[in-house]
Write a protein that binds this ligand. Sequence first.
Ligand code: BT5
Length: 265
Amino acid sequence: MTPKIRVEKLQEGLLAKRFGKRILFCHEVGSTNDWAKELAKLGAVEGTVAVVEVQTAGHGRLGRKWVSPEGGLWFSVILRPRQHPLEAAGLVFVAGLAAADVLHDVYGLVVETKWPNDVLASGRKLCGILCEMSTTGEKVGFAVIGIGVNVNFEVKEVFPKSLASTATSVKDELGRAIRLEELLRALLERLESVYDLLSERGLPAVIEKWKKYASFLGQKIEVTSGNEKSRGLALDVDGDGALLLKLGDGTVKRVHVGDVSLRRE
Ligand code: BT5
């Protein structure tokens, strides 16, 4: 069977200078993030990409399962950021902005970013991002940005019912399939330019652009962080990437980790 992603084809005309110069591809692995971390430990250079057609153990944050059937784009990029680990933690916004820009600018999709790591279309999750880092003291040894996009399948046909009601795909949104190679090429180019923006202008500049897609801002939301739930008005995302939540008593809480859901009253 011809693979859906042909690496040479993808690299033809790739405008990125570092991202995607080395691409490792195979049909199936457990998780491209786990694969990329192994490669990074072996010394893989910045911009190396691991991409597959199927993940058998794709994961999200806190060990949550990421469903990754054939037809999706599942890949990870190895980075060696020079920033302090606290600023490098903002890579999730680099990935979210790059994905939202490509899905909007290249494919015409109306997308939203949801704090901290989702890209939605029609209010459903289209793309998930998982950034992981290995640090020694004040230095980042390497970071891995993992991106999963539901592309050429209809979610109701391949996902369990519970997930099909909260997820969407490019095919569901556009009514047609697209080329995975083209999507990956555009994502690598955009990722590299947003990553350069992070290096040159810092995280606040990235977050400012990310916020133009953040339609949850100004809305009533519920944030779950571990066992704690807080409700309030989503005021802003600050230059460090923290969510500012205005609580019922008027105080403003800075949230660093959590999941956001919109409140239906
Ligand atoms: C994420 O986690 O959204 C991060 C997903 C990152 C996936 C990429 S694929 C390439 C790389 N390799 C990996 O192993 N991971 C990365 P989180 O915010 O924790 O959301 C996880 C939740 O999303 C799950 O609990 C489900 O509710 C939902 N979910 C699972 N699979 C999904 C899918 N394909 N589409 C939409 N939602 C999904």
